[in-house]
Design a binder for this molecule. Structure first.
Ligand code: SF4
Ligand code: SF4
Length: 445
């Protein structure tokens, strides 16, 4: 039976997608190479839940052969993990085409008020996010969190809120932006002037990890500029079909980092570095911004790319740990960055790096997928946890806050530590400092 038969058809003007999008969906050869790497297809076996099926749905909707409402829900089953794009021999980008089609469908499916509130009010302002952080601190300090996590709380708190609460990690004392100066000088000779792109979740929930990223950069001779007025990269907007909001944020951030006059724009959040690189494509059709967006994207690096490129100073005190590495989808598949994080880890003496089976397989976090599709997300998480357990590693490192949240939630109470990759490197540098105060000059290049 053709698994597409349950999708209602309709004749209409067709969903509007870009020329590139049309070109790609027309050039899918239906070879099926993408099927084995797609988590949603592997789990369901359904063609509509595969990259090939999604491409065909978008193609039919673009031609007016399917009503937009017939494909809307199917598109939101996609994790946007981009694993299909790494293997497609025809250069089709099913993940990108899905997020583009979600945006095209937006006018025919109004964004609910709560999404609008988050996308248009909370995310564009670090000030507002930091204000809301105070409520989170109060929530934890007042004992409400303990209550919410108790048996009674579990029964009273509605499902999506309970899932969000369950993800909440131990909060830092303050958001990173409030702890640092706009310009942090390099240690020793300056090797580069770097603009630090603060991810929203990194700044608020993983401020300590981002503080480690900052120390690692300065330790490696980077003068770091962290513009206070920067804003969210727009990845959540792309994910939820709000491209108008995404383009506004992209223009703002481009201008801010132009003013900072930096050699590189660096993020320690894979979704943010990936999104900043995609500004070139997102503003390609805007004659006033296309060139500026290309220049911004060309300067953007994930933190591991920067460290590998510099190259980083090797710590000299061994760090006796057995470590495994989980690859964030938006680093491995959206940016094609695979060797650099491993180079960073291999530079730490004493560290035993054990390869994780299916390390590039989505952990189920995927933006808000763990809230909107909890069962499937938990299935993916369990698969990841089983592979982590099989490595026997005492530490799992990654480079994206969504993955950190998901893995920390999954490993709560377990002896395995979950860390950002820069936290581990920072730990190695600190061990060096402790062993020999003022040792930064002794680090090997
Ligand atoms: S998206 Fe690419 S890999 Fe998948 S069926 Fe089409 S051409 Fe083949
Ligand atoms: S982006 Fe991920 S979930 Fe979506 S079609 Fe591609 S492989 Fe499947």
């Amino acid at each position: 039976m053709d698994p597409m038969v349950n999708v209602p058809s309709g004749r209409g003007p067709g969903v509007k997608i870009s020329e590139q999008g049309l070109f790609e969906v027309d050039h899918c050869s239906r070879c099926g190479f993408c099927l084995p790497v797609c988590p949603t297809y592997r789990e369901t076996g359904l063609e509509v839940q595969s990259p090939r099926g999604r491409v065909q749905l978008i193609r039919s909707a673009a031609r007016g052969e399917l009503a937009p409402e017939a494909i809307f829900e199917h598109l939101y089953h996609c994790l946007d993990c981009r694993a299909c794009e790494t293997v497609c021999p025809s250069g089709v980008h099913p993940g990108q085409r899905v997020v583009e089609a979600r945006a095209a469908l937006e006018p025919s499916s109004p964004i609910p008020w709560y999404k609008r509130l988050v996308l248009r009010w909370v995310l564009p302002s670090h000030n507002r996010q930091e204000f809301l952080f105070l409520f989170l601190k109060l929530y934890v300090a007042s004992g409400l969190q303990r209550l919410a996590r108790s048996g009674v709380g579990q029964r009273l708190v509605p499902g999506p809120l309970r899932r969000m609460e369950d993800m909440l990690p131990k909060l830092p004392a303050k958001p990173l932006r409030q702890r640092i100066k706009e310009v942090t000088p390099a240690e020793g000779e300056r090797r580069a002037r770097v603009g630090f792109f603060l991810g929203c979740v990194m700044n608020i929930l993983y401020a300590d990890a981002s503080a480690a990223t900052l120390r690692v950069m300065t330790r490696n001779g980077c003068e770091v500029v962290t513009p206070r007025v920067q804003r969210c990269c727009g990845a959540p907007h792309q994910d939820m079909g709000d491209w108008e909001g995404l383009r506004d944020l992209a223009r703002h951030n481009i201008e801010v980092f132009e003013r900072a006059q930096v050699d590189y724009i660096v993020a320690d959040c894979a979704a943010c570095s990936g999104m900043n690189k995609e500004y070139a494509e997102i503003l390609a059709g805007d004659p006033d911004w296309a060139e500026r967006a290309r220049a911004h994207a060309a300067k953007t690096r994930d933190i591991t790319e920067l460290l590998a490129q510099l190259p980083l100073k090797r710590p000299f005190i061994p760090l006796e740990r057995k470590v495994t590495y989980h690859e964030p989808c938006h680093l491995r598949h959206a940016q094609g960055v695979a060797s650099q994080p491993r180079q960073v880890l291999e530079a730490i003496p004493g560290l035993q790096l054990v390869e994780l089976r299916e390390s590039d397989w989505c952990c189920g976090s995927a933006g808000v997928y763990n809230i909107t599709h909890p069962e499937r997300s938990q299935g993916l998480l369990q698969r990841k946890l089983d592979h982590i357990a099989a490595t026997g590693a005492d530490t799992v490192v990654t480079g994206n806050p969504g993955c950190l949240l998901q893995l920390q939630q999954g490993l709560r109470g377990a002896p395995t530590r979950v860390m950002h990759i820069t936290e581990l490197l920072d730990e190695a540098y600190r061990a060096e400092e402790a062993a020999s105060p003022g040792a930064s000059g002794k680090a090997q290049g």
